[in-house]
Write a protein that binds this ligand. Structure first.
Ligand code: NAD
Length: 333
């Protein structure tokens, strides 16, 4: 299959070229992000491979369809950036990689949680300046604290398990589907509102949907335990960043670690070190000593990239051969 690959980074090219030796697809690696303007680059390519910050809205999909694209392969789990109804109308099949390495994201989440609480990021910077003072580095620890896990699917379940069995937290969980293994491990399912009110540490692992957008907002921050810590490795728009800044300024929020940010599409995955960042909300977030931000890297491990490439190329081969597509996304209307 001929696949036009958008938002290419060196690590994508390497993992896909390695995995493609078993498939022999023709891959055109393109650097631009996919949107309604760049979509014309895919004219004549029956398949397009896209990532989390590509914009697959009706306008982009219409240009792709006009150029003959019939398959969109998302090389990620989330698909909130794809208009599935428009894709269906235009006769474009959409596949994704539902589970490539939930361990990668879960491990990174725990890493952020520990770094934030024990201020490892600040200690690292200090020691490089020969500043060995411990002032301001006091942590609260994880053991015995109440952790709230919103969404106990593939990633959230691993996080909940590690927090409960590994670190001895009291773990509250919120999900419409209960995981019996977690319940047996002592995780307690409660309504989301109760979790947000009672947890010392809140970690988000539910998908971004109209119902979960700004799940953490001014109202939930006002009702939360004063000084709670928030970790978000799921999707940026689960959190209202303006409300977060207000909560941080008022001391209601004790610390925040974000791997995702609502407007990250304008920033993440690029080297902007010589640019003036125009996003004042993002810049304000970076000024807090108790905010730790990473650029959507929770997925970035070697096994995860390998699994992403293999599953994506497999889906393309199945599509070309007319075989069933287990990772096809339903055409939501
Ligand atoms: P999953 O589908 O296995 O689990 C999601 C869980 O959330 C499900 O159990 C679902 O029932 C639950 N859920 C849905 N709506 C909810 C709600 N309103 N309240 C509470 N729970 C709700 O997904 P996953 O593989 O565990 O991934 C979780 C999220 O992590 C994805 O949606 C994706 O956005 C994000 N992600 C981020 C990275 C990264 O690099 N930062 C990588 C992969 C995935």
């Amino acid at each position: 299959m001929r696949i036009a690959f958008f938002s290419t980074k060196s690590y994508d090219r390497q993992s896909f070229e390695e995995a493609n030796t078993a498939f022999a697809h023709e891959i055109g690696f393109l650097e631009p992000r996919l949107d309604a303007v760049t979509a014309s680059l895919a004219a004549g390519w029956p398949a397009v491979c896209a990532f989390v910050n590509d914009r697959l809205d009706p306008a982009t999909l219409a240009v792709l369809a006009e150029g003959g694209t019939r398959l969109v392969a998302m090389r990620c789990a989330g698909f909130n950036n794809v208009d599935l109804a428009a894709a269906a109308r235009l006769g474009i099949t959409v596949v994704r990689v539902p589970a490539y390495s939930p361990e990668a994201v879960a491990e990174f989440t725990i890493g952020l949680m520990l770094s934030l609480d024990r201020k490892i990021h600040r200690a690292w910077a200090r020691v490089r300046e020969n500043n060995f003072s411990l002032d301001g580095l006091l942590g609260l620890g994880l053991h015995g604290r109440v952790a709230g896990v919103v969404g106990t699917g593939r990633i959230g379940a691993l996080v909940a398990r590690a927090l409960r069995l590994g670190f001895g937290c009291e773990v509250l969980a919120a999900d419409q589907v209960q995981n019996p293994a977690l319940v047996s491990a002592g995780v307690r399912y409660v309504p989301t509102e109760q979790l947000l009110e009672q947890a010392d540490i809140i970690t988000l692992h539910c998908p971004l949907t109209p119902g979960t957008r700004h799940l953490v907002d001014a109202a939930s921050i006002a009702r939360a335990r004063p000084g709670f810590q928030l970790i978000n490795t799921s999707r940026g728009a689960l959190v209202d960043a303006d409300a977060l800044i207000d909560g941080l300024k008022r001391g209601l929020v004790g610390g925040v670690a974000l791997d995702v940010y609502e407007q990250e599409g304008d920033l993440f995955f690029e080297d902007l070190s010589n640019e003036i960042i125009q996003d004042d909300v993002f810049q304000r977030l970076l000024t807090f000593p108790n905010v730790l931000v990473t650029g959507h890297q929770a997925f970035l491990t070697r096994p995860a990239l390998h699994a992403i490439a293999e599953t994506t190329l497999h889906s393309a081969a199945d599509f070309e051969a007319g075989r069933p597509l287990p990772n096809r996304l339903p055409a939501l209307s």
